[in-house]
Design a binder for this molecule. Structure first.
Ligand SMILES: [Zn+2]
Length: 131
């Protein structure tokens, strides 16, 4: 046990690796880079469902901001300038965890199994008073 090789995203992907991710439409790389297409002037996530561009027209960028600085616009289909599904999911999970932490009084077994004893007693008391 211990320090075996920790699996990590490569800090620097080769263009070939990036292109392979684009060809595979691999959403795992959505947060790793975007690619721009010179002929259309837009940039996309690797997992973009749009028709794949010709490799010779494709350029890679480490981030959407970088692609925009290079003069490209975000693709309307994959919306690379917005958080990826994966990032959104992670954010939602984090938010849910925070909510659970905040909810100190989670409904426990006591609440679920509340017995109808109290109202019955009340009625009996009332009867006693009037009787
Ligand atoms: Zn796209």
């Amino acid at each position: 046990m211990g320090n075996s090789t920790t699996k990590r995203a490569e800090p620097r992907l080769s263009d070939d690796a990036r292109w392979a991710a684009v060809l595979a439409r691999d959403p795992e790389f959505d947060d790793a880079f975007v690619y721009s297409v010179a002929t259309t002037g837009v940039y996309c996530r690797p997992s973009c469902p749009a028709r794949r561009a010709n490799r010779v027209n494709v350029e890679f960028h480490a981030s959407p901001a970088e692609a925009e600085r290079a003069g490209f616009r975000p693709c309307k289909r994959c919306k690379p300038d917005q958080p990826s599904l994966k990032a959104e999911h992670t954010a939602k999970v984090a938010q849910a965890c925070r909510l659970i932490e905040q909810a100190d009084e989670a409904p426990g077994d006591d609440e679920v199994g509340t017995r109808p004893v109290v109202p019955v007693l009340d009625r009996e008391t009332e009867l006693d008073v009037h009787g």
